[in-house]
Design a protein around this ligand. Sequence first.
Ligand code: NDP
Length: 245
Amino acid sequence: MSLNGKVALVTGGSRGIGAATAVRLAREGADVALTYAGAEQKAQEVAEEIRATGRRALVIRADSADAAEVTGAVDQAAAELGRLDILVNNAGVFPHGPFEDVTVEELDRTLAIHVRGTFLASQAAVRHMTAGGRIISVGSNLADRVPFPGITLYAASKAALNGFTKGLARDLGGREITVNVVHPGSTATDMNPPHGEGADAQRAISATGRYAEPSEQAALVAFLAGPEAGNITGSAFTMDGGSNA
Ligand code: NDP
């Protein structure tokens, strides 16, 4: 297994892409910490799945919008699991609606979760990482192309991860820590149910005509976390069934 002896932290690991990623990293041999915001039961179920692979799991309640909580989660994971090699900045929300209706609170909270939380978690993580470290953020294909109205805030918050990834790759390249961003397109989760409102429109703009499964996004993250991806850094990887093609 490619991640034997490694320790990972996945933010927002209680559901969807984060949960699939946490379990996939464990199947590759990593011990895994995961954060959640409210869904404690779901987080514990993911931890049980991780333990069923034979790896250690740690569940931490930490709001990614709260600087002390998100950095505290990183330090707790490193302390309790003994090291930290892989950080997956996955926690996310999907604000949408008319541009004029976006409140200051919604603007601040979205940027806090997607941008500030990612920045601070990564800053805390690199204090623990050694050569071979991996920082992988979960963006969105909407960072590069926005095919529908009503998602300006979401798109802007995810586009920020492109600049963050490139900058941090330059900062950490000399330490052999890689930094990449994965841009999912429509993926079947609570955030974007494949039979929800707007699902058919999303399928219609894709080339494959279908949603991705969370496990498919998790496989890409696992590859970037693995030993064969050591010279991949500062890059963005889109898995959107060709929606942006
Ligand atoms: P889900 O809504 O299924 O899961 C979101 C996860 O993030 C949950 O574990 C949730 O925790 C956690 N979370 C939300 N807010 C916070 C917070 N403030 N602090 C800590 N954790 C938080 O979403 P997805 O799995 O679909 O999304 C995962 C990532 O993928 C997000 O960044 C999203 O933007 C991105 N994405 C998703 C796409 C899709 O089509 N599904 C497409 C493109 C990108 P809890 O369970 O406790 O609420």
